[in-house]
Design a protein around this ligand. Sequence first.
Ligand SMILES: Nc1ncnc2c1ncn2[C@@H]1O[C@H](COP(=O)(O)OP(=O)(O)OP(=O)(O)O)[C@@H](O)[C@H]1O
Ligand SMILES: [Zn+2]
Length: 635
Amino acid sequence: MASSHSHSIADIKGAKVLMVGAGGIGCELLKTLALSGFRDIHIIDMDTIEVSNLNRQFLFRQSHVGQSKAKVARDAVLKFRPDISITSYHANVKDPDFNVDFFKQFSVVLNGLDNLDARRHVNRLCLAADVPLVESGTTGFLGQVTVHVKGKTECYECQPKPAPKTYPVCTITSTPSKFVHCIVWAKDLLFAKLLGDKNQENDLNVRSSDAASSSENVDDVFERRKDEDIEQYGRKIFDHVFGYNIELALSNEETWKNRYRPKPIYSKDVLSEELAPQNGNVDENHASDGGLSVSAMASLGMKNPQDIWSVNESSRIFLEALRLFFTKREKEVGNLCFDKDDQLAVEFVTAAANIRAASFGIPLHNLFEAKGIAGNIVHAVATTNAVIAGLIVIEAIKVLRNDIKSYRMTYCLEHPSRNMLLMPVEPFEPNKSCYTPLSLEINTNRSKLKDLVEKIVKAKLGMSLPLIMNASSLLYEAGDVEDDMVAIYEANLEKVLAELPSPVTGGTMLTIEDYQQELKCNININHREEFDEEKEPDGMVLSGWTQPVSAPENKDKSIGNGASTSDATIAAAESEKDDDIGIVSPLKKRKLPDDSDISKAAAETKNHKQLQVIDDEDDLVVLEGNLDGFKKRRL
Ligand SMILES: Nc1ncnc2c1ncn2[C@@H]1O[C@H](COP(=O)(O)OP(=O)(O)OP(=O)(O)O)[C@@H](O)[C@H]1O
Ligand SMILES: [Zn+2]
């Protein structure tokens, strides 16, 4: 124990680590690294501090708003650890300065990012530089930490990420059943139609077939005529989208046979006729100063974002917000994109979504909730970030000690499963069909397709029945082929690649699939004239791929409570008996011998809420809380 402990300290002291991201996770991580004894830390973040960061990014104070996150985080930690070295970069990790050579100087890279794109970029650089990566993510109470060591565990891209949740257009335009459908309608259709780019396609008026007759004039409704009174214009829009359109939809009886029949809502039914003079008395102090501070709530004297508005209140906000856009923010009309930090936009969308929800019998929501849904926001939890930061450091130390057997992907759950909030799982092996493109250098003038298949596809990638495509053209298909086909394959690569601008320098992407093994990968072909006959007798060099470690290496298949799991996990799992969940191989199914608690945890998650994972600011990925989703989820 003592020797392994002193070992760790030496490993930590000697390590040079790169942190990417100094946000919610990053601040916690930098503090924990410094307090754990790390002495050489580099940190990249492209952002400046915002007021909204202060509730959980504890290295930042009000006075730092507007300053570089990386730099302020560095300064804050140096105050209590003055003798360590922290290097900050206020920059995008995608800048060319942070190239493979830059990455090569680090012992390990630790991600605290918030978007897929940057994560993928760092993953690829780590693979290219052969530097281990500890990846992380949090969403509210959920979080995870994964370890990616080239050739040993899967990389960040070995598994396809779940597609962002999208909704069928007809659900949004005609048959909403959840509040989120109303929000999407209000934000992506109505707001975009009235205030956004007029040239953009918009499905706002996609309706049942009988709408065709009126569709010619429909655009006119949304156009504000010159000198048209803003109050009248607002009411016209209101009556069109909440009244007339609903009546039109109702005329299609088929649609409503098994559904709630919506009620049309007209402005005269919910608003008094004398609204205009009322609006004349609004608090112009709040509404006068233009820009993002204009607020319909303020102008109507409504203060609490957690109040649920009545249909009358929503209708007044709707008209007032529209009026303010057209009077106080006139110049922006036609160019607006919904932004969750634009108060007036959020008010408009909340009001419109609630009126539509009322019409469809869907429960109403307050502005705070609506903003969260519209901005795909799951509110961050500081404690989750702190827990995840601790786990990152634990995994980083294992990586530094090359303690491969102990590597764990750890999920932080919202509700304990068998008294465990943290669920550690053995990492997967690299996925043969990882879609990170491989790179193949080859003399395209000399080599044959058949050679490529035999030496690279079969021997190196282990695909026995491959099929090779270049864009949509099929180059090669395995199987019992006629002699003349064999002849074609013999010559095909030459022929195909010779037809491309030669030499092929910038890369020709071939997609290789093996249906039998369900493997797929891309190979980027680059032309190279000469090869070292001794070292490269095949005249080809494949890179970006390392042979996976063979399965038997992982003898201890148990996860959860085994001694090899992290201290934090052991503590969380104290009272539990042996675990029986095993992982067979990343390419095979995970073994779940009993009706495991994972499924209970997953079911429980489902009861409380759907499991929501945000991969990107723009991508809300909602995974159903079923066992399958649970097994596969990755941030
Ligand atoms: N390409 C990139 N290069 C450098 N830093 C990045 C890059 N992409 C994201 N980041 C940084 O990663 C951090 C992620 O932190 P976090 O998830 O807490 O987001 P945030 O922007 O601080 O908060 P929120 O989005 O919730 O308002 C941010 O500070 C962001 O600037
Ligand atoms: Zn991979």
